[in-house]
Ligand binder design. Structure first.
Ligand SMILES: [Zn+2]
Length: 146
């Protein structure tokens, strides 16, 4: 099987075209998060299967997943921080997972909310992708003779 160039934009366009009412509702709340990742070249979409999250594709087909202490609430005021993970694929049990950025306070009940700015969130994603061993391995495998 040859290496097929992953087309994140096409992939995300397909997901977006299948948005239902639940996804549209979530997009109304988190559209700015999706737009911030889009603008960084990481096409993003709303994921509602098994709980709300924002997913963004890296150029190699791996994914960034934005949540907070758990899944994202539909009430944005309840977001206490961003929890950003880099995973091998969209699904319940990815082969690996890197924790990239976590501003959720230790005590979600009583601590002040963490940093909710999108700039540092997206920058952490970009910096991680440039340095992640998994991304490097994938690139090496794709460029190799096997
Ligand atoms: Zn990683």
């Amino acid at each position: 099987m040859g290496f097929v160039m992953f087309d994140a934009t096409a992939e995300v366009a397909a997901v977006r075209s299948a948005y239902g009412p639940e996804e549209e509702r979530a997009l109304a709340v988190y559209g700015d998060v999706v737009a911030a990742f889009d603008a960084a070249g990481l096409p993003a979409y709303v994921e509602t299967r098994g709980g709300l999250a924002i997913c963004a594709y890296a150029p190699d087909g791996t994914m960034m997943v934005v949540a907070c202490q758990d899944f994202l609430p539909l009430n944005r005021a309840m977001v206490t921080g961003w929890h950003l993970a880099h995973v091998s694929e969209d699904g319940p049990s990815p082969k690996w997972r890197c924790i990239v950025h976590d501003t959720v306070p230790d005590d979600v009940c009583c601590d002040e909310p963490g940093d909710l700015r999108l700039g540092p969130l997206v920058n952490a994603a970009k910096a991680h992708l440039a340095a992640c061993d998994h991304t490097r391995e994938a690139a090496a495998a794709a460029g190799g003779a096997s």
